[in-house]
Write a protein that binds this ligand. Structure first.
Ligand code: FUB
Length: 469
């Protein structure tokens, strides 16, 4: 990313806050009525919120034009409600432009919205903090001035992209920073003051910007944008998402790998959250109609962890979590279940967007039902009915107890029971290929693949797709 691309012009201050909640469609990008960027997810109960900046750059403008932050919400990471702008530059009376990346952190029933914003004083970007009593606000400036600015000792070369994390012991931490300069500081219990010195975290290999911190099973995770060509991107104008782990919230960090590769926008900014037992990555791309590097759009995809806590690389979908257009693979938006999965293997394999290179490919998880024999099943369920007329299955064969099946049959839920789909073409049992199955269109919330094993064997699947009619 060249410095030139950061030179956003000063923006006028807007005061109106849109409040109407508007349902938006489900495919990636999850909203196309406006351009949205720098998403930060937050789960409260069974609701996922996404806080995102709005890209307002006219087509052909090569600067960020960003003046407000919007909120979307969903109970299933599939169908989204757009709540409009819930904060903007005018939320911070001391600021004047550049409503860049932000993140909301809850504490004691209040919601603290940390933002990157351009102050009116000396220097450029600052970290501001607003507070509200609900995830949707209203939000007001919590401090009356920047939490971090260029005059903060040891601050970053570019004070943007805050990520705030409250540990189990109540200690809060903030990481931030652009231009390859990550920084960290403890926050006071009031969430609006820093405590102690700003420190430089160690071990965030190839850090560029956009940190996202969380904790899982006692381990601290930091995902962040990098733009190196050492496996990250092929063009350093672009970025990927790397991640590191630590056993202490201030590090040192150990680099673990890439979560998300280069996307269609030059910037790559993401967050990870868990909703109803499934992890999701929320990020942005330039994939919307008319989109670009300064006209970005938020996308959501499932994210899976391996048993050892490492993160599987995400395969971005354009079908998103839901019902895209005709021909879209809608499996990634489904909840899966099965008659049986071996404890050391994973049902998540079947719809994690993996692209197997052969039937022994274990690089993106595998589903297997050893030592079960006979007929087993895997199933998809969607929150509302889908029209489906095509499917494909890539079989797993470990050359041991799991073999290619003897036969298979697609079924759908007709409202009261499972029945065979009508007009099913051959349910292929060939290794190393997507076995495509066509059938008469069904409108259903559930699709089931019955798999009958060869005598003496179990069966397995690497990827099972379901295509919207
Ligand atoms: O949206 C403006 C800036 O672009 C963000 O602060 C960075 O993370 C990058 O996404």
């Amino acid at each position: 990313m060249s410095v030139r691309k950061w030179l956003a012009g000063a923006c006028g201050v807007i005061t109106a806050i849109a409040v109407a909640a508007v349902p938006v469609h489900a495919a990636n990008p999850i909203i196309t009525s406006i351009y949205t960027a720098d998403p930060a997810p937050l789960v409260v109960g069974n609701m996922m919120y996404i806080y995102a900046g709005r890209d307002e750059a006219p087509a052909g403008t090569n600067n960020f034009v960003m003046r407000e932050w919007h909120v979307l919400s969903s109970t299933d990471a599939n169908t989204w409600t757009h709540h409009g702008a819930r904060a903007n530059i005018a939320t911070f009376p001391w600021a004047g432009a550049d409503a860049w990346a932000s993140e909301v952190e809850p504490r004691n029933g209040r919601y603290y919205w940390y933002t990157s914003v351009n102050g009116n004083g000396p220097g450029w970007m600052n970290i501001g903090v607003a507070v509200g009593d609900s995830p949707l606000g209203p939000f007001t400036d919590a401090k009356g001035g920047p939490l971090i600015s260029d005059s903060t000792p040891n601050s970053s070369g570019l004070n943007i992209d805050p990520t705030v994390f409250v540990d189990d012991d109540g200690q809060a931490y903030m990481y931030w920073g652009g231009y390859w300069v990550p920084r960290a500081v403890k926050l006071a219990a009031n969430m609006i003051d820093t405590v102690g010195s700003v420190v430089t975290p160690q071990g965030l290999t190839n850090y560029w910007e956009a940190p996202w911190m969380f904790k899982r099973n006692g381990l601290y995770y930091m995902m962040y944008a990098a733009n190196d060509t050492n496996g990250c991107v092929v063009n350093t104008n672009y970025a990927c998402q790397r991640y590191a782990t630590a056993t202490n919230p201030l590090g040192p960090w150990t680099h673990r790998g890439i979560v998300l590769g280069q996307v269609s926008s030059t910037t790559n900014h993401a967050g990870i959250v868990e909703l109803n037992g499934q992890s999701y990555i929320v990020y942005h791309t330039a994939d919307a109609p008319g989109g670009g590097d300064f006209r970005r759009s938020v996308a959501v995809d499932k994210l899976n962890f391996n048993a050892d806590g490492t993160i599987q690389r995400v395969v971005p979908t354009t079908g998103g979590g839901g019902s895209g257009g005709s021909g879209t693979n809608i499996a990634p938006g489904a909840t899966s279940s099965t008659s049986y999965v071996s404890p050391w293997e994973s049902l998540a394999a079947i719809n994690n967007g993996g692209t197997p290179v052969n039937s022994q490919d274990r690089s993106s998880q595998v589903y297997g039902n050893w030592p079960q024999q006979g007929t087993q099943w895997i199933e998809y369920q969607w929150p509302s009915a889908r029209s489906i007329n095509r499917s494909s299955v890539y079989w797993f064969d470990d050359n041991q107890g799991i073999d290619l099946p003897a036969s298979c049959q697609l079924q759908y839920w007709n409202g009261s029971q499972y029945v065979n789909v009508a007009g099913q073409s051959t349910c292929g049992t060939t290794a190393h290929v997507d076995n495509v199955i066509t059938f008469n269109t069904v409108n259903t919330t559930r699709l089931r693949l019955q798999i009958t094993a060869r005598s003496g064997y179990s069966t397995g699947v690497l990827e099972w797709k379901a295509f919207q009619a």
